[in-house]
Ligand binder design. Structure first.
Ligand code: GRF
Length: 256
């Protein structure tokens, strides 16, 4: 259910992003998920089936992957009740893939195809297939530099989040920290939001502000915003994994 559908539905929607196709296709497996992890069938052969109900993340990035590292560290520290199912990149040599491999996580490069700012149809299909096969509940964009379109958005509607280096709706698009500096704002920051068909336009989940100081350069301001991202993104992903998020129209409410 999208935020818009939630409005049509009476206004409130508990965010329940766990709609895994595998569990839907095999209802008896979905039922088993409520049982203890090890399920013994009657009889002497005692076949055991391990069923994991852990919230699974698919993380997409094109760059160095510092937000991926912050999220992976928060999971390791027990601050996010989730596991990383797959890490994907449209850039073969992206740092995010190297970080994922160092942590023994499944990591894959998928060629983006012929366009510069979006995935072509084959690439889009390959991304959707890899994420579906990894059985992910939430897709976390961490510096993924391509705009997601039609079939991708439809496949994971309401289950894609992004981090943007500005206090949206100010300064969407590229080089937001430079836009902020050029505009002369005194406060900048970052935003975690749901992804919709627009550019940096989905419902806002969380924001973090940082000061702009007089001798800031684009680099120093970007660095300060980046540091704030590493605290904000894990906090938002943790709330989503705990299903402690309710969407009311464009407003995203955090449960205690
Ligand atoms: C971050 O600044 C984020 O806001 C933007 O892309 C950058 C990714 O950085 N969407 P990293 O690859 O996570 O270090």
């Amino acid at each position: 259910m999208t935020p818009a559908q939630a409005v049509a539905n009476g206004g409130r929607e508990n965010f329940v992003p766990c709609r895994r196709p595998a569990a839907q296709a095999v209802p008896e497996l979905a039922a088993l998920a409520f049982l203890p992890f090890r399920f013994f069938l009657a009889g002497r052969s005692a076949i055991s089936i391990a069923v994991s109900n852990t919230f699974r993340l698919g993380i997409l990035g094109s760059g160095q992957g510092s937000n991926f590292v912050a999220i992976a560290d928060a999971i390791s520290a027990g601050k996010i009740p989730a596991e990383i199912g797959i890490v994907l990149s449209d850039v073969a040599e992206a740092g995010i893939l190297a970080h994922a491999r160092t942590r023994n996580l499944p990591a894959q490069f998928i060629a983006p195809g012929k366009f510069r700012t979006k995935l072509d149809e084959d690439a889009e299909r390959a991304f959707v297939a890899a994420l579906s096969a990894a059985n992910v509940d939430l897709i976390v964009l961490a510096g993924f530099m391509r705009v997601l379109k039609g079939d991708f958005l439809r496949a994971f509607e309401g289950r894609i989040v992004n981090i943007h280096p500005s206090l949206l709706p100010c300064f969407p698009g590229l080089h937001s920290w430079k836009q902020a500096l050029d505009h002369g704002v005194k406060v900048a920051g970052c935003t975690v939001h749901f992804v919709d068909a627009g550019v940096d336009s989905g419902a806002i989940i969380g924001q973090s502000a940082v000061p702009v100081v007089d001798d800031d350069t684009p680099e120093t301001l970007h660095q300060r915003i980046h540091a704030a991202e590493h605290e904000l993104y894990p906090r938002c992903v943790a709330a989503l994994a705990r299903r402690a998020i309710t969407v009311v129209g464009r407003r995203v409410i955090w449960q205690p």
